[in-house]
Every structure is written in C-alpha cells, then in structure tokens.
Design a protein around this ligand. Structure first.
Ligand code: DAH
Length: 385
C-alpha cells in the first residue's frame, strides 16, 4: 500500500483494521481519485454514517459509483474498458471496506452487550463542584479591600516567637505563649536566625511585622492565611483556621480611618444597610483596641439564638497600631500612625450562612457544600446536563 492518498487521521489503523488494508493507489481517473479519501474514512464511521455512506457511494439510484458506471457508454471504446475496470476495482474496495466496518461495529456491539453496557441508558448528570464557602468569603473580603487600594501580602506559617509575639508587644510571660495555647516545633531555628523557638503562627499578625520591615510606609495590606492553635475541635473551634489581617500605616492616620474603612467593609460584605458598632477591647499590639460587631445577619438586630439574643455578631478585632510595634519595625512612631484588624473567615462564613457547627466546613459533605458553595466555572448551576 502506498498510503499517499490517505488522510493522516486514519493512518494508525493501517496494520490493525482489515478495512484499512485497501490499496489507495491512484486509479488514473481524477473523478475516481476524488473518492479515495472517503474510502479511507470508512473504518472510522459509526453505524448511521456507515449506512448513509453506503447509499451515497453504491446506492442503486444515485450512488456515485453507480453513476460512474452509467456514464461508461458515452466514452470512447478503449477508455471505456480502462475506466470500467477502474470503477469496478474501486467498487470492490468500497464493498470490502463497508463489510469490514459493519463487522467491526457488530463485534463492538456484542462486546458491550456482554459487558452489560446499555448505551441506551440516559447519561448521569455531572456535578461540576462548587467553591468552598470559606474560599468564597476570603476572596470577597480580599476583593473589597483591594478596591480600597490595599495590596495582598502573605507570610510563613512557621514563625519564630519574636515575629509571632515579642515584636507585636506581647510581654515575654504572656499566657498565649504557653504550650497549651501554641503549637511549638521541636526543630531549632536556623543557625544565626534570631527570634527564639519555632512555632506554628497563632495569628496572621506577624505578617504586619514582616511587611513593615520590608519597606517604608505608606503601607496598606490585607493578609489572608492559615493559623494554628492548641485547641480541641468542637462546634466553634478548630486547631487550624483562616484569618485575614489588615494593616494601614502612613503619616496622619487616625481612628476615623479605621472606623470608616471597616464600616464600609461591613456594608459591602453583608448588605448596604448593615449597622455596626465598636466595643473597647485589648490586644498587646494595638492601643486603643476594639472589637467590631455587625447587626446579626439572621434576625437583623431583633435577637435570636444565633446571636444569643443580643442582635449583634462579633466579626473582628482591631485598633491603632501600638507605637512599640512601629518602633520594633524601626519606624518613627512620632511620624507614623496606623490601624490594623484581624478577622476569621471560618467564623464569618458561619455567621453569613447561618451554619451552626464549624465542623461542617471541614466535612466535605456535598449536600452542605451544594447549599452554600458558589458553583464553579459555568453558569449551569453546577450541573452539566
Ligand atoms: N491577632 C488577633 C487574634 O488572633 C486578631 C487581631 C486583633 C488582629 C486586633 C489585629 C488587631 O490586627 O488589630 O486574635
């Protein structure tokens, strides 16, 4: 076989498919050669197409080869002979190819039947999947702060005591540094690396320090990431959970910037009419410090079991960056001021979707994720029909 007239797509069938072994050499007649690619395509035809092709080529009324034979009488005698022979040879090749393909299809059908495959069964719907509610919350929160000109920063999950606590103005004997609160690593810090023991960061606040040490203000960043605590799992606690930190440091920043930005955030994230309030609190790295509450998203302030009857839900801690933190980062605290916040997207996902147990966020239960997840990628509602 020369193979020269075969389309490349069927070339791999040459040795295996009986119908592929037909001679594809030129017939010497262009109108017959025009049929050679169709002959080569026969081994790939499915049942319906095979039937149609048989009619189109060999059909008694208007088959192409039938028509060619009919045109014989109009040819001069010597050409008539050669042309007739060529048509007959091609016809034989088509017949062989059709027969071989029909046999192959039938064998395939029998094989499927034996395997219990019923191709007439309706297809199964494919569930495309959905974005996890916590991923969705993180993306939205980060997106809102990006609109306000904040950049995204990240930092390591394995930290030193200095970054995680001391640079943030925790006193060296602070109870948060105890073994029963913080997960320490046995590995000693790298040679010449100051900062004390290695630990899994307990919050994203150490990235405040890393950001301020990396370059001078103005600084406006949001810092999403995982944090770790030595906590037992229950309906409202996980030993590993997400946080988003925020930090703005510049000349002339005041508590007004903090309140205005965080109030705007709450309205964008929850709903435009969402009320919020700030309660005094304490964190070593902020002064003054506050806790921010938003109106309960389930009862809208009336009081319900989810908000323990208060009408409010706590969403974050915040405050003005403590001057000692700025000085630890080699910044002049007379010149620069700033504000910061930290919130937990796992907790916020619970509040937003009215989920009663934080463990549902880890279970991978499709019935749960289908209700609160955002369908991935398509607009088919997560279903590929
Ligand atoms: N790091 C605190 C925590 O994990 C949260 C926090 C509170 C972060 C106040 C802040 C802040 O930046 O200003 O509980």
């Amino acid at each position: 076989m020369t193979g020269s007239a075969r389309p490349p797509t069927t070339a791999t069938n040459d040795s295996t498919d009986p119908a592929g072994s037909v001679t594809m050499a030129s017939t010497g007649f262009p109108e017959l050669d025009a049929l050679l690619p169709r002959l080569a395509a026969v081994p790939a035809l499915e049942a319906a197409a095979l039937e149609a092709e048989q009619v189109a080529v060999l059909g008694r009324k208007s088959g192409l080869l039938t028509a060619a034979l009919k045109s014989l009488s109009s040819l001069p005698v010597d050409e008539r002979k050669r042309f007739g022979a060529a048509v007959n040879q091609l016809k034989g090749q088509f017949e062989a190819a059709f027969a071989a393909r029909a046999e192959a299809l039938e064998a395939e059908r029998r094989r499927r039947e034996a395997a219990g495959l019923d191709l007439t069964m309706p297809g199964r719907r494919r569930w495309v999947g959905a974005e996890h509610p916590v991923t969705r919350v993180v993306d939205e929160i980060v997106g809102i702060f990006r609109e306000l000109g904040f950049a995204v920063a990240t930092g390591p999950e394995v930290e030193t005591e200095w970054y995680n606590f001391l640079a943030l103005n925790f006193p060296a004997d602070h109870p948060a540094m105890d073994m029963h609160d913080t997960l320490y690593l046995d590995t000693p810090p790298a040679e010449g690396e100051p900062g004390g023991r290695l630990l899994l960061r307990t919050h994203t606040s150490p990235v405040q320090i890393r950001t301020l040490l990396a370059g001078p203000p103005p600084v406006r960043v949001v810092i999403p990431g995982m944090v770790y605590r030595n906590d037992a799992i229950d309906a409202s606690h996980l030993p590993a959970f997400s946080q988003i930190e925020g930090l703005a440091v510049d000349e002339g920043i005041s508590f007004v910037d903090l309140k205005a930005t965080l109030t705007h955030f709450a309205r964008r994230f929850f709903s435009p009419a969402t009320r919020s309030r700030f309660r005094p609190s304490f964190f070593p790295f902020t002064e003054p410090s506050a806790e921010m509450d938003v109106e309960c998203q389930l009862c809208h302030g009336r009081g319900c079991p989810a908000c323990k009857g208060t009408g409010w839900m706590e969403i974050l801690g915040c405050g003005m960056v403590h001057p000692a933190v700025l000085e630890n980062c080699k910044l002049d605290s007379e010149r620069y001021t700033g504000w910061a916040f930290g919130m937990g997207p796992h907790r916020i996902a619970l509040l937003r979707y009215g989920v009663p147990d934080i463990r549902l966020l880890l279970g991978g239960d499709m019935r749960f994720l289908e209700q609160v997840g955002r369908p991935g990628g398509t607009d088919t509602g997560g279903v590929d029909a």
